[in-house]
Design a protein around this ligand. Structure first.
Ligand code: DC
Length: 222
């Protein structure tokens, strides 16, 4: 497999991974790959087609027929599911609620892991997710584990939601963050954890710019 340079960025929900990884990609001319978007597409497809979480035959058929594309269009990153632009729909509440169960299914994880490797083939990429440094690219030269306290992450999500006109209370956000943390960290297959050779960054008291600069510096030094 023609593996180009890979920067692996892992961390929990709301750690700022998405925003920061995109900025680093822009600054260094790397291809940005959001693996969470792949899990979100499959989740949306399963909700729409009412696919039972236990129906492995149907899940396997679905995986054979599903086509997900991540495209950079002008200034925004678009996600296409079987030709349809689902960039907004995959961020909706229903998907957030169903995704923990979907991301625990072995067949789905294997499929997305292979797809993520394929998308990165021969490119210089920065890939974000939960298991990139531990499972998708265990040999990545640069691994970052981005963290922040649950309270700080809930605060950030609250502010982001306010800007987008989404009304969810701080308590509900914090509860959902803790629920997803627990699901991601205790999953049997490819749980969220810091790879031994990953650089740990606690962004609780750092600005987006500070974290971005720190990662850019780490990459440039390698
Ligand atoms: O990064 P995100 O919040 O968009 O990810 C959505 C969900 O997908 C998250 O709850 C866990 C799952 N996920 C995963 O299990 N493994 C990855 N590499 C990326 C995301």
């Amino acid at each position: 497999m023609g593996v180009g340079m890979v920067v692996a960025v892992d961390g929990p929900a709301g750690s700022g991974k998405g925003t920061i990884t995109k900025l680093v990609a822009q600054k260094l001319g790397l291809v940005y790959i959001d693996t969470g978007a792949l899990y979100r597409c499959i989740t949306l497809y399963m909700i729409r087609n009412k696919i039972d979480l236990k129906d492995i035959d149907k899940i396997q058929k679905m995986l054979e027929n599903i086509n997900i594309e991540l495209k950079k269009e002008e200034d925004s990153d678009k996600v296409y599911l079987n030709g349809e632009d689902v960039s907004i729909k995959i961020r909706e509440k229903e998907v957030n609620e169903f995704i923990p169960q979907v991301s625990n299914i072995v067949e789905i994880r294997e499929n997305i892991t292979n797809l993520s490797r394929k998308i990165a083939e021969g490119k210089e990429v920065i890939m974000e997710g939960r298991d990139i440094g531990t499972n998708v690219f265990p040999n990545a030269k640069i691994k970052i584990y981005l963290d922040a306290t649950p309270e700080e992450r809930a605060n950030r999500r609250l502010k982001q939601n306010e800007q987008e006109g989404i009304e969810i209370s701080y308590e509900d956000i914090l509860e959902n963050i803790k629920f997803r943390d627990n699901n991601d960290k205790t999953r049997k297959i490819a749980p969220l954890k810091q790879a031994e050779d990953a650089i740990y960054i606690d962004s609780t008291n750092m600005t987006i710019e500070e974290v971005t600069e720190r990662i850019v510096k780490i990459i440039k030094e390698k």
